[in-house]
Design a protein around this ligand. Structure first.
Ligand code: PEP
Ligand code: MN
Length: 455
């Protein structure tokens, strides 16, 4: 660091700003027992290396700017809640493969770049509808994600344990390391497009995928015969993201970049604010207004045009391309009424945020046999409603945000495998929200591809 950079880095106004959230109303934080333990864990985190670099974050902002301008599409997907035990090579590889396969389907149809982003390598903290959970007359703190407490229903496991933030960091680091290896080391080479389909049970979606992969192969072979250079196909960019919820983790992971003197949240390339913590005067909005990362905000069906304008003012006052993404999660039954007024409201301003759809979180339901699930048809219907609203408004439907896994779980109802209420019990693994399985994810990609190609 040069002297002048050091001077900027120590800028007291910037540093004080990063602490302003501490004085504001804050939601969805754990009840830690011992503040001393928390500050020790925070200190340890602050001394650990960044997980992502400022330059990568800046690159992502440029990519998202292209999507906001209608020249790229964002595909963001992964678990509702990653777990420490779930950070295995197989599970990470299957999720990365699923995202790569979906991206190929979308790129081919839309003939535009697809930005690949995992809800991965840090998606460990969960907002909950209640602070406690009661089972058979026993009440304990709710599970808030592996980075806070354990899922087992015992007082020891449910205690909020700050040491878990350190384990979260290391698990994120290991996950990201494998993602980087897969996407930079040849596994994501477009000439491997067939091999990503291997190892998944045969089903209608991957048979269809296989046909598309053959077409891509033929195109590549043709270009290769013409002497084209495929160096660029070997590697692919893959970004990571999570909900910036747990402030005692997000704050120590936020560092002053020595090159620019500006704060970057180095725990992920992209972070978002959830529907439950997006209060304008609250801690989360304040803190994220001060970091350089591109950020997202979830918007539920109750969002007003005034909320939207105020969020833009607070989070993107400079109207920086790629800075702000709105992730709408309205519900299939509501999106056609709730989204159009928001699109109209933005059109009357000079803001050009990226709009993406999360067709999962507005479509939750519980079956009579007690499973938290979603209907694949509702997911599809919300995606269609999203495209319709943008078509009518003349704005760009810039991406999709989904909860998915590469494993053959049975958590969401329907899809061409016709998962029904009874089948849910066969392989339901999520500790939180139900995810699309590998086949449902591919099916959804084909559907989005159709919508995109007739935009
Ligand atoms: C989530 O993305 O897992 C989540 C909790 O979403 P939302 O904030 O939209 O409810
Ligand atoms: Mn979720």
């Amino acid at each position: 660091m040069s002297n002048s950079e050091a001077a900027i880095a120590a800028d007291p106004v910037t540093l004080a700003g990063l602490e302003a959230w501490r004085e504001l109303a804050i939601k969805q934080q754990p009840q830690w027992d011992d503040p001393q333990e928390v500050s020790e864990a925070s200190k340890k985190l602050a001394a650990l290396p960044p997980l992502v670099f400022a330059g990568e974050v800046d690159t992502l902002r440029e990519r998202l700017a292209a999507a906001a301008a209608g020249n790229a599409f964002l595909l963001q997907g992964g678990d509702c809640a990653e777990t420490f035990a779930g950070a295995t090579a197989d599970q990470i590889r299957n999720r990365v493969k699923t995202v790569l396969q979906m991206a190929v389907v979308l790129t081919y149809a839309a003939e535009m770049p697809v930005i690949k982003m995992g809800r991965m390598a840090g998606q460990f903290a969960k907002p909950r509808s209640s602070d406690t959970e009661t089972r058979d007359g026993v009440t304990l703190p709710a599970y808030r994600g592996d980075i806070v407490n354990g899922y087992d229903f015992t007082p020891e496991s449910r205690r909020a344990n700050p040491e878990r933030m350190i384990e979260g960091y290391h698990t994120a680091a290991a996950t990201l390391n494998l993602i980087r290896a897969f996407t930079q080391g040849g596994f994501a080479d477009l000439r491997q497009v067939h091999s990503w389909n291997k190892g998944f049970a045969k089903n209608p979606a991957n048979v269809r995928y296989e046909q598309l992969a053959r077409e891509i192969d033929r195109a590549i072979n043709f270009m290769s015969a013409c002497g084209a250079d495929f160096e660029a196909l070997k590697r692919t960019e893959f970004f990571v993201s999570h909900e910036a919820l747990l402030m005692d983790y997000e704050r120590p992971m936020t560092r002053i970049d020595s090159r620019t003197g500006l704060p970057y949240n180095t725990s992920a390339h992209f972070v978002w604010i959830g529907e439950r913590t997006r209060d304008l005067d609250g801690a989360h909005v304040d803190f994220l207004s001060r970091v350089r990362n591109p950020i997202g905000v979830k918007l539920g069906p109750g969002t007003s045009a005034d909320d939207l304008r105020a969020l833009v003012e607070k989070l993107d006052p400079d109207r920086e391309p790629g800075r702000l993404t709105f992730i709408t999660r309205m519900g299939a039954g509501k999106i056609r009424d709730a989204l159009p007024p928001l699109l109209d409201a933005i059109k009357t301003t000079d803001a050009r945020p990226l709009w993406i759809t999360d067709p999962m979180h507005g479509n939750g339901m519980t079956t009579p046999n007690g499973f938290k699930t979603r209907r694949f048809d509702d997911v599809v219907d919300e995606v269609k409603g999203f495209f319709e609203a943008h078509r009518a408004a003349g704005t760009f439907p810039g991406g999709i945000h989904v909860e998915l896994t590469g494993d053959d779980v049975t958590e969401c109802l329907g899809g061409s495998e016709q998962i029904d209420e009874k089948t849910l019990a066969t392989r339901y693994e999520s500790l939180c929200d139900p995810r699309l399985n590998h086949m449902q994810s591919l099916e959804l990609a084909f559907l989005v591809a159709e919508e995109l190609s007739r935009r």
